[in-house]
Each structure stands twice: as C-alpha cells, then as structure tokens.
Design a protein around this ligand. Sequence first.
Ligand SMILES: Cc1cc2nc3c(=O)[nH]c(=O)nc-3n(C[C@H](O)[C@H](O)[C@H](O)COP(=O)(O)OP(=O)(O)OC[C@H]3O[C@@H](n4cnc5c(N)ncnc54)[C@H](O)[C@@H]3O)c2cc1C
Length: 530
Amino acid sequence: MLPDWSEQNVWRWLFTFYDAQQLEDIQKAWVLNTQDSKLSKTLHLVACLSTEQGQAQHLEPGFHRLEAGLDTPHPNRQVLLTHCVGQVADTLKELEFEADVVSLDATAAPCNRWTLQALARCCRRGTQVWVQPPPESQETEPSLTVLLSQTGFVAYPNTPTQTPALSPQALSYTYNPKWYIKTQRRIWRTPAQEPGHCTVVGAGLAGASVAYALARRGWRVLVLDAAPMSAAGASGLPAGLMAPQDSRDDSPRSRLIRAGIALTNQHAQRLLIEGQDWAPSGVMTLTTETWHPSGAWIRPGQLVRAWLAHPLITFQGHTHVARISQEGTQNWQLWDAQGQLIHTSSCVVLANAGGAFELAKTCFTPLAKLPAVEQLQGVLSWGYREAEDPNFAKHPVNGHGSLIPQFPMPEGWAWITGATYEPFGNKLELHQHHQHNLERLRQLQPRTAQALAETFEQNRVRHWVGTRCVSPKRLPCVGPLEASGLWIHAALGSRGLSLSALGAELLASRIGAEPWPLSNDLAQHLMVDG
Ligand SMILES: Cc1cc2nc3c(=O)[nH]c(=O)nc-3n(C[C@H](O)[C@H](O)[C@H](O)COP(=O)(O)OP(=O)(O)OC[C@H]3O[C@@H](n4cnc5c(N)ncnc54)[C@H](O)[C@@H]3O)c2cc1C
C-alpha cells in the first residue's frame, strides 16, 4: 500500500538497499498520485548502495545528490535522489533526517541489532516501514521479527503490501516504541519549515543558489541586492574554474569540493548552454600532474541568472539592507540605511558575502558564533585571442593560479588567467597585479606566457577585479543563525563555483528537514552551528 501522499508536502523515503527499477516505480506512482494537488510537493528518495553497486555507477563511497533524469512532468513536483555508497550500518549513522517511509530489505544485507538501532535513529514515531524478511534458511537467532520488536518497530500483520517498492511478502511495521525516544548523539536536525515566503539578501552565487534550491521546493523567494543587477559582486567574473583539490589524506575540504563540483556540473548541464556559458572541459592540475575530468569552466553570471530565472523567484535590485531585527518570535525585519522597513519575512537567508557577517551583528538577538572572515582582493588578467592559436593549450590548467585558454565573450574568444590574492589593505597597482599573473602563467604555461608577454608589457591586457570573502577554514559558512528562520550562506572564498550549489542544497535540506546532500560527518565542516 502506498502512503497517503496528500498528508504532507515533503515525503522522505529511505531504502536500505538499491534497486533502480523500484526507485523509478515509486517516482512514477508518486507523480500519478499527487497530480491533482495544487500544492508543491517534494519526494526525496535516499538509497543505500554497496561499494560494488557504487562502482558500477562510477560513484565513490559517500553521499551523492543526483538530479539528472528525475525531472517530473509537473513544474511543482520535485523528485530528489541521494545515493549513499558504503556499508548500510555506517551510512545510517551519517544520515541526518527522519524518514516518513522506510523500505528495508533483509535479503540484500544482513540486519543485526546495530543496523536496526541505526535505522531507528532515522525514524520518527509513526514512520511506516516495509520489511522484506530474509528466507528461512538465512534467519538468525534472535529472528528479525524479534529484533524489530526490540528496537521499537511494531508489526501490522494484516496490512496488504502492494507497494511497488517491495514484493507481496513484505511485512508492514510502524516505528512506535513504547519508550520515550531520545538519543545521546549530536543531532543537527532543525524543525521542518513548510514552503512559504523567503527573503534572500545577495544575488551572487551564494544567494542565487539558495533561492533556486528553495524555489524548487515550492518556496516563493524574494532576492534583494544593493546593486541594480544580479552577479554584481565576486560572482561577476568573466569566467571561473571548477577544479578538484588534491590532498594526500583526501581531506574534508577535498571531498567537499568534489561533491560540490559533481552537483554544480549537474546544474550546469540542466540550465546552461554548453560551449557558451560553460564547458565540461576537464582541468589539468600541474602541481600534482593530475588530469581531472570533472573540472569545468563556467561563466558565473550566467549560472546566477539561470538560477534566478525560476518562476518562483523575484529579484529586486537597488536594495541595500543595512540592518535586521526580529519582530516577535516569528518574523525578521530588513531595514535600509534610512531606517525604512524594506521587508518582513519569517525566513531570511543572509547570502551577501562579507556583508552577511556585518548584518548578523546588527541584530540584537544573540546569534550563532560566527568566525572572523577576511576580505581578499584579486585581479584576473584576460584578453581576446584568435580561435586557432597554437600557443594556447586545449583545456584549462591550474596549479599556482589558473588559465582558462578559451571561452566565449561578446566580442569573440577570450583567455583568462590569475588571480592575485591580496588582503584588502595591500594596495597593489594594477600593473603589479598583472605582473603577478604573468609570472604565475610562466610557471603554468611558459609558451602561452611568452606569446602574451607583449600584450602584458604594452598594457593591452584587460582586467577584472573582485573581492573574496574567506573564512579561517577556507570553507563556506552554512546553517541557522537563529532557531526561528534566520540562515546564512556565505564565505565561499575562492570556491564559489564548486561549493555554492552544495551549500544551498544543504541549507534548503535543513530548512525543510530533508535528507542532506552530504554525510553529517562532512557537512559539519560547513556548519555555523557546529
Ligand atoms: C579574482 C577572483 C577570481 C575568482 N576565481 C574563481 C574561480 O575561478 N572559481 C571559483 O569557483 N570561484 C572563483 N572566485 C570566487 C567566487 O567569485 C566567489 O566565491 C563567489 O562569487 C562568491 O559569491 P557570493 O554570492 O558569496 O558573493 P558575491 O558574488 O560577492 O555576492 C554578494 C552580493 O551581495 C550584495 N550585497 C552585499 N551587501 C549587501 C547588502 N547589505 N544588501 C544587499 N545586497 C548586498 C552584493 O551587491 C553582491 O551582489 C574568484 C573570486 C575572485 C575575486
């Protein structure tokens, strides 16, 4: 029997196993059964894959948010899929949400007491659980039925099991322990906010990605920016690179960047024009001599505009937010510098880079402890080139600095290299920035540097200047600043393209109490409430 989809707007369905056909069947049944509803609905499927199943799909151990191929025919229906590759018991411990429905297949992986305890942590009182029991020959002592009962799962033996996710032999349970549910582990869960209205401050990569993640879940989002148009800050660079970061110990930062690039690539594929707005070019990292096929160049402004084009998002420029305050316990007020009220909203996301940390300080309520961020200025050097120029490599390279050898600009093909990385007080002259960039280009691509030396010397090189907001951990700050509806997504540093979509998905998942795109172990490196 399928759940009654009309009961709630978000359904979180956890599979302790992986079966592509069953996931597809659920998705189809959900679309069919919710088509009469006017409300926006999200179905979030989480499937556990063994390492071998992951390998077959080219997925490394860990969590993977998948978007491609899951578009539904209805604009206000969204299906999200998270694949978790690894041992089921380990995966269950890394999940940070409460499932509405669970499909548990004891024939696919052994189910012991510890697995069931980890599963119970992912259930709320009332979670519906479908269990495919093991064949009699594989029954253990105590039996699965006994273990389920000891862990708080109550059987409903008479319920017919017509769910497309399991065979008719499946048993129906509900998580309803006789005891008070408590946990000794650190819980990062926030209460689910139903889709409503949200105001986002900042229309760069951080703000636009959050607005898009929320709009896809049915939120109406107002995006405010001090500038007249979007992508007016650091996100306005002509072209930027997404390149994985190699580290000997595969550090959390390296893993986060990899997960982020995988997600941004999916967004780019869905929303941007290949060859014009971005290209999955691959990147050669010269410091480690590694070819990264997932690397890509992107024109960030195009991605920002594509995200903001969602019909539920409204952009309002010329709106500088100078102060925030809380009205009662429900609403946040946004004020301009003249003391005029701009807007009141029950959900506000501060996504205006360094300004987010300033705005957080204007609020009287004690907020989460925020790190001291740095503003680091940078200059990119760029210029136009002939389409066929043998002095340029075919693909981007990075190391100390980077070179995108070819991307389209309004007047033709362009190259871009840099960038410098200077604390705000360091006042370098423009020609000094260019000189630094040329020096680094000589290390990266001597032939290209030689070919461009004259352009640099004769001041015919163009520049783009911007400021990065950088946290001490060199990772974004994501999460709730206050229990009731004030959030932050900022300090994207030099990695806005790699990390904005991932941070936005994490934030939207927390706002809606949905499955996260990352294991909690990895996500906590981004959390402001950690
Ligand atoms: C020189 C340089 C090169 C870079 N190269 C790359 C690269 O190759 N790859 C990569 O991934 N990243 C790169 N980055 C980093 C990337 O540009 C940033 O990480 C990203 O753009 C940050 O996005 P954001 O939305 O946080 O900030 P921003 O894009 O700066 O957006 C903040 C927005 O908030 C608005 N705002 C600020 N205060 C207020 C207020 N009080 N009220 C209303 N609006 C406000 C601003 O007008 C602005 O539009 C580079 C950055 C620089 C400077």
